[in-house]
Design a protein around this ligand. Structure first.
Ligand SMILES: Nc1ncnc2c1ncn2[C@@H]1O[C@H](COP(=O)(O)OP(=O)(O)OP(=O)(O)O)[C@@H](O)[C@H]1O
Ligand SMILES: [Mg+2]
Length: 283
């Protein structure tokens, strides 16, 4: 019987003399085996082509803004609570827009029930809501005063059934937050960021000692996405393409599973992470 020949990939590759010299020089300079220099070069190539995304835990910077975008129930809040907050607690004051009351901080309710809903006549609705300006003004001032006078972490609990009014309120509030230089520094976490205009929190915030984490189920405004480092779950690739995410990011996102995140180490340099929550970690 004829022995079946094993299909194998040749492990040695012929390289020309010049390339060999370069490999040897790098190996000497970096104190590595020549074979390591070659395999690292191949790794980098695979990575650049998007064929292999290295697995690495997220390393958060202390001034960089982040956008965490993943479908619902994919571990965004758990990632922030178990990974981001412990990293900054005690170093920065934390302020969360916490619609679903998931954070264990001092509660600051923001209530506006007396607005008209989208079903009402548009003119009536606009007139009525314009009258909200003094109320929005007063509430923004009151929250900012509380923040100036307290040093605890705070969870803002919005109860504003009209989504339009809620957006108006937070757009104004974020703008005013970015007019004060905060000391201690502020870590701003916005849950459900898809409902608010967060551009001021991204564009000028850094100059006022504010670092922002936006959490959303959908891609956000392009200005926001361009100025945040992205942490992505398996969201629709179409939305990402529309917001200038590069091809490698878009295709890698398609292959993610629940609780897996793709994160941007540097511009267009992606890493993958599967976050294991504390209750599943072995001690
Ligand atoms: N890495 C993980 N491994 C296993 N279970 C997890 C992990 N992260 C979160 N969970 C569980 O999955 C559920 C959803 O998590 P979480 O609330 O963080 O999702 P979310 O993305 O914030 O959802 P939503 O968009 O609805 O706010 C929770 O029951 C949580 O305990
Ligand atoms: Mg959540």
């Amino acid at each position: 019987m004829v022995k079946e020949r094993r299909k194998s990939i040749p492990l040695s590759t012929r390289v020309d003399k010049k390339t060999k010299e370069i490999i040897l020089k790098i190996a000497e300079k970096e104190d590595k085996y020549p074979s390591t220099v070659v395999s690292e070069a191949i790794e980098r190539h695979l990575e650049r082509m998007g064929w292999r995304i290295p697995v690495e835990n997220i390393q958060f910077g202390s001034t960089q803004h982040y956008a965490i975008i993943a479908p619902t129930e994919h571990g965004k809040t758990v990632l922030v609570k178990e990974y981001v907050i412990p990293l900054f607690q005690g170093k920065k004051r934390i302020l969360v827009v916490d619609k679903h009351q998931e954070y264990p901080f001092d509660s600051l309710p923001v209530e506006m029930y007396d607005t008209l809903s989208a079903g009402s006549s548009e003119t009536l609705r606009l007139t009525e809501n314009l009258m909200l300006k003094p109320k929005i003004d007063e509430m923004c001032k009151s929250i900012i005063d509380t923040l100036k006078n307290k040093n605890e972490n705070i969870a803002i609990h919005p109860a504003i059934p009209d989504i339009g009014v809620q957006n108006i309120f937070f757009t104004e509030f974020f703008k005013r937050l970015c007019m004060i230089r905060w000391n201690p520094k502020l870590l701003m976490i916005v849950e459900e960021a898809q409902y608010y205009d967060c551009r001021s929190l991204i564009s000028v915030a850094r100059h006022y000692n504010i670092q922002t984490f936006l959490i959303s189920t959908q891609p956000l405004d392009t200005t926001v996405m361009d100025n945040c480092k992205l942490i992505l779950g398996p969201v629709s690739p179409f939305g990402l393409m529309m917001h200038n995410v590069d091809d490698i990011g878009v295709s890698a996102v398609g292959a993610l599973e629940q609780f897996e995140f793709l994160w941007e180490k540097q511009k267009a340099m992606w890493r993958k992470m599967h976050f294991i929550p504390s209750w599943q970690r072995k001690t």
